[in-house]
Design a protein around this ligand. Sequence first.
Ligand SMILES: Cc1ncc(COP(=O)(O)O)c(C=O)c1O
Length: 371
Amino acid sequence: MPATQTRPVHRTSDQDTGDQNTGDQDAGDRANLLARHPALAAFAARLGNTPVVCLPRIPGEARIIAKCEWFNPTGSIKDRTAFALICDLLLREPNPIRVLEYSGGNLAVSLSRLCADLGLANTLIMASFMPPAAIAEMRDLGTKVHIVDKALGFWAVMEAAYRMAERHADWSFLHQHVNRANLRIHETGTGAEFARQLQDIDDWGISSVDAFVASIGTGGTLVGVHSALRRIYPQVRMVAVTPAELPYASEAPPNGLPKYAGSGGLGSGRKQPFVADHESRLARKLTVRFPDSLAGIRLLNAQCGLRIGSSAGANWLAARKLARELGPDTVVATVFPSAATPSEWRAANALDKQDIANAAVLDENGEEAAP
Ligand SMILES: Cc1ncc(COP(=O)(O)O)c(C=O)c1O
């Protein structure tokens, strides 16, 4: 990680993310902040409390339960991160000159909206994978958008942000990969909600969750939600999914290959700090190829009519694999970070039957992981 981090990367204990005890103080500060910023309060009122769905049971397999995050204000789990990063910023710096951040796409959409609502100047850096209509919408909201060639991979997007943060030391760089507000919101928000909802299912509640599986972008969702779930379900295993085109911690250099949304390794052996800090908790590392994540979209749609996004497609394929392995009377929990975008849905529908039938989950070395 470069020297331009807005704060040091704190090591965390392996017991949890180390943040849950700040809840009361956070809640008090947050309430005062929302009282000062009605636009933030309006966003908060529409954030979270997303539904969970129990997917159709397959005899002999674990039950799969997923939290549907496209019900957030701009349609993805990154609304939670955007809200947490902006709250954290305004608590430290009540009048920031300009917000600076990089994004795979969904965080940019959330931040652009939230900054416009709050009247905060903002500069967002993303790759040319971003659809032109989404970029135009952000510019209309007043965001200064910088585009990095998608062929260079996501690490180049992050590096462009580091360079800009160095040139503009008076701007507020949010730095989602190390900013603990990101991790904390998934523990005290997404994960705590999920744990409560699981305890309400079937009147008696789910008595045991055997695995939680999620894609890694920053790893905030994976580690934060797992921290919350394991407080209620101590045996829950943490299973990570990353794109087979560039898995977590891969020694391969960054690449511009299409990958399922919002996730992926950083290349050249780099590790996402939140995950690296809690690596001893990782029970399993799986990978999914982009076309297979699209096949996941089609397969789940055929099963129950949901139109999930590509990272959700990867999460679901991995959850289904674990469900087969774990067998009956077990539970696998996952998140569906977004619904299918029009281009994901078109690409999923362009797959032929054979592509869909062959969809696989791979192990971290790219070998077919046994079903
Ligand atoms: C659609 C989607 N799925 C998954 C993720 C990964 O989330 P996290 O950064 O919490 O690991 C992201 C992050 O941008 C995303 O946009």
